[in-house]
Write a protein that binds this ligand. Sequence first.
Ligand code: CTP
Length: 398
Amino acid sequence: MRGRRILLIVGGGIAAYKSAELIRLIRKAGGEVTCVLTRSGAQFVTEMTLAALSENKVYTNLFDLKDEVEMGHIQLSRQADLVVVCPATADLLAKMSAGIADDLATTLLLATDKKVLAAPAMNVRMWQHPATLRNVARLRGDGVILLEPDEGEMACGEYGPGRLPEPPAIFAAIEQALAGSKAGAADTRLAGKHVIVTAGPTQEPIDPVRVIANRSSGKQGFAIAEALAALGARVTLVAGPVGLATPAGVDRVDVETAREMQKAVDTALPADAAVLVAAVADWRVEPNKAKLKKAGGPPDLAWSANPDILAELAASPRRPALLVGFAAETENLLAAAQEKRTRKQCDWIVANDVSGDVMGGDDNEVHLVSSAGVETFPRAAKRDIARRLADRIADELA
Ligand code: CTP
């Protein structure tokens, strides 16, 4: 960080005050900060605060830059090592994504030839709005490093993702970006690729109120969809009934039954890869039209087999080039995974032991079983496991 120059664009929002802490962290580590305060940012933090903390002139609008001789906007945007937008509002993201340059901040963002890192902060509904999701996906495709917002209670009283990450986390991402490491260097290896991901359980109705379900939370599949989108892929996420937010930049199709899931996967084809994480019910019953009554005694359910989405996709002429299945097992993990890989004719099986607290939990340990052998991803957060898998997929599709 020592001697590195950060151009910090402070957008409008309650979280703008956290940019002061970010400046302090950068300065403490020996970095230099030049701030650009947007008009709405100035409603939340003063020019004086930013100037005092950065010990630098703060730029506030296009006409500040007296003339192109002293410090033109092109020069200002290019003399930095990294451009950081914090907080990045929905409005700023939209303008960045559309290439609008109607004030100093957006003009700099359009004129810069440097890496841009944006830390979004906004109301949860704004973050999850299809327009924002679209903008986020497009910006990631353009190579912008977009941090995931934190989840929690928001200043407006609502709960969910949208909070600005804490300044130390943003600082760490800045360091990573400056170091040009893989994670920070806007890795878009999957740009132009389409990946289908299935996630969550399926539910098979018994009658209008009862279903056959399973304990899958969908967390691992959603994290994989998120990690693939972060590498620039177009992702179709076919989700069973789960209570999870749609990851940024992902197209989501909600389904209930195995047959609906298969149809949604089919509709989403063609794809370069498919990662079938869903815990699909193997059997279904013919649902009773009316609610079964207790007085009728234990029902006699007539079971039939559900389609095997993975095996049928593997045998289909529209088979994606890379087909990845999951094997959730409680015993003989690797042997069962190997057997499943052969039986279902997929390229890779990601095997995980679900005898412990994996289902519904936030951590996982998996083994990637392929023709090359077995690679273990040691116990880590599901999002980290997802990133490793996405990285392997990107290598494979390269
Ligand atoms: N799968 C699928 N359609 C099904 C069943 C499973 O697409 N009807 C997929 C899962 O998404 C997963 C893989 O197949 O990627 C393995 O799922 P699993 O439930 O472990 O396989 P089963 O065939 O049910 O094997 P078993 O019951 O013998 O463990």
